[in-house]
Design a protein around this ligand. Structure first.
Ligand code: F6P
Length: 566
């Protein structure tokens, strides 16, 4: 968690540009997001970002494997896999390219796996991320009967055991599988901590991948795009870079197979994403107004609702799904809806709306469940392809909303510009929707991140109130306590355990338990890390720390008062 020192993971480091993001004005906040997002393209420190020659070379090699699958879909398969946001983007990309193939009468050949199954597309399911065996099982299930399988295992931090299991399984079966690791740390910083009930670390798998890579039987795609705006929140820059890389690989493979006459330039295609980034951030006033309005809604116990058409609905549902694990938000605080709901989703497990209201995601569900409850504290954002119309709901007239103010954000580059970037009309026609999706992602990420910062959920650029619900988050929590208290790691961990077990004195059994057991106890609990921090700083009993936290619900206020007094 310390500022980057060249040794720790880049994806878990604090970005210097956002160290004061919690006290920035909305306009300053937007400019911080912009500078950090630009690092995806321009690079960070000595790293060159997405345009590094070695990244472009790996993209080409993976593109060739993907093209071999597209040419023979009855024997071949592309499997995209990941945890949390990485798994959601795997789903979205698989869906997107299958739709394109079907629309052209070609057999769909993309599948996805996500830790925790389809429930995890909407609500975070973090403990399955720690299980390499469930990753292997999911891969075996989707790839049964295929003899040429490209697996892209996405883990931004080069850390998820679910993905490690799959990559390792592919390495044992290279006659069928070509494994690709997609993430955003240098390989030497892959996680080297034990994976419970398994005999390898992530780093060990990476070392084996490197050996297979030397024989062109595996690939590692790991450009460094710099630390996240909110420390460790890989849904943001890493998620964006994941989306760009997957789309670039498969768009390029698709063009090489079905439009071999069109000249393709990978760097020009990725440059179009860079331009749309510039285009989104060239409206700082509109973005700042969105963030301010969204923040007011959340601060006043209102809600943010995204309603969107087409694949923009998927982007906004994904953004909403990330708020509970990232900000300790409730499932009602930010919600996304897509016209046609599950009919449009085309997810493996079908209609999940029976699981409860948070799985009711169609625009009809919005009309039925949400519209009658709207008040002027709620903020409704409608994303419409081609432009974004943003409505602030103040008055409900019958079943309709009357906006109090409209804020418009463009969701695409002018056709002319994309054409010149992409080179020709075929490219523009085929792929312009991807640029609208990425613009929508940047806007949603700004809105939900900014709103939670304004609600006081972030201290400096750290989300201190994270849920301790898997191995990575356990170690992140220890890192936060270490960083703020300057205590050695073992003592920081003891304070975390005291908070988890709600005790001032840990038993030998508690101290000796496996991390998985600590996580099981911690997962349902709130404010574990703030409580550990307060106990360490005030040298007070756990009960007193809990009392202080119950009197002041805004985490940032409590933590800053205590820390700034030291
Ligand atoms: O454990 C939760 C989480 O941090 C999610 O928020 C994130 O999307 C996911 O893990 C994936 O992380 P990675 O891509 O590094 O495996």
């Amino acid at each position: 968690m310390s500022a980057y020192d060249g040794r720790g993971s880049v994806t878990e480091a604090s970005n210097q540009m956002t160290e004061n993001i919690d006290v920035a004005s909305p306009l300053e906040f937007i400019s911080m997001l912009k500078v950090c997002d630009e690092e995806i393209f321009s690079g960070w420190k000595e790293y060159k970002g997405l345009f590094h020659d070695s990244t472009l070379a790996v993209i080409d090699r993976v593109r060739n494997v993907a093209a071999s699958v597209l040419k023979d879909p009855s024997n071949g398969l592309v499997v995209l896999s990941g945890c949390g946001t990485s798994g959601r983007l795997a789903y979205m990309t698989a869906r997107s390219f299958n739709s394109k193939l079907s629309a052209n009468g070609i057999e769909p050949c993309f599948r996805y796996t996500i830790a925790g199954g389809d429930k995890a597309l909407f609500t975070s399911q973090e403990s399955p991320e720690d299980d390499p065996y469930s990753g292997i099982k999911a891969l075996q299930r989707v790839s049964a009967g295929k003899c040429n399988v490209l697996l892209i295992g996405i883990t931004c931090g080069l850390s998820a055991p679910f993905v490690a299991g799959q990559l390792d399984y592919c390495l044992q079966n290279l006659n069928i599988f070509t494994p690709v690791l997609l993430g955003f740390n240098p390989t030497c910083l892959a996680r080297n901590l034990p994976i419970e009930r398994w005999n390898k670390t992530f780093l060990k798998v990476v070392e084996a991948l490197k050996i297979a890579q030397a024989e062109n039987r595996a690939h590692i795609l790991n450009p460094v795009v710099g630390p996240e705006q909110i420390t460790g929140s890989s849904r943001m820059k890493s998620g964006t870079a994941t989306k760009i890389l997957l789309e670039t690989i498969f768009a390029s493979a698709y063009m090489s197979v079905f439009h071999p006459d069109v000249v393709w330039h990978t760097d020009r295609f990725m440059n179009a994403y860079s331009n749309i980034c510039g285009c989104v951030y060239s409206h700082p006033d509109a973005l700042a107004e969105l963030v301010t309005t969204a923040g007011e809604s959340l601060k006043n116990r209102g809600h943010i609702y995204y309603i969107a058409w087409d694949t923009l609905g998927l982007v906004s549902i994904i953004d909403a799904s990330e708020c509970p694990p990232t900000y300790g938000a409730s499932l009602d605080d930010v919600r996304g809806f897509v016209e046609d709901g599950f009919t449009f989703m085309q997810n493996d497990e079908g209609n999940l709306s029976g699981l409860g209201k948070h799985f009711r995601i169609s625009s009809d569900d919005f009309t039925r469940d949400v519209l009658p409850t709207l008040t002027d504290l709620d903020f409704v954002i409608a994303y419409i392809k081609g432009k974004s119309e943003v409505l602030r709901s103040t008055v409900r007239v019958g079943p309709a909303l009357r906006p109090s103010a409209d804020i418009y954000m463009p969701l695409c580059l002018p056709e002319q510009e994309i054409r010149s970037l992409c080179g020709n009309t075929v490219l523009w026609k085929e792929w312009s929707y991807l640029f609208s999706e990425i613009a929508c992602k940047w806007i949603c990420n700004a809105v939900s991140t900014g709103a939670h910062i304004l609600k006081g959920k972030v201290y400096r650029n750290i989300m201190v109130d994270l849920r301790v619900s898997n191995n990575k988050l356990f170690h992140r929590a220890v890192g936060i306590i270490e960083r703020f208290t300057q205590l050695p790691k073992n003592q920081a961990q003891s304070f975390l355990l005291m908070s988890i077990y709600n005790t001032d004195r840990l038993t030998n059994e508690q101290e000796a338990s496996a991390i998985a057991s600590h996580i099981e106890v911690a997962t349902p609990q709130e404010k574990i890390v703030p409580c550990a921090l307060l106990t360490a700083f005030l040298e007070c009993p756990i009960a007193e720390a809990k009392q202080i936290l119950s009197e002041e619900p805004v985490i940032r206020t409590v933590v800053s008062k205590i820390l700034e007094r030291q």
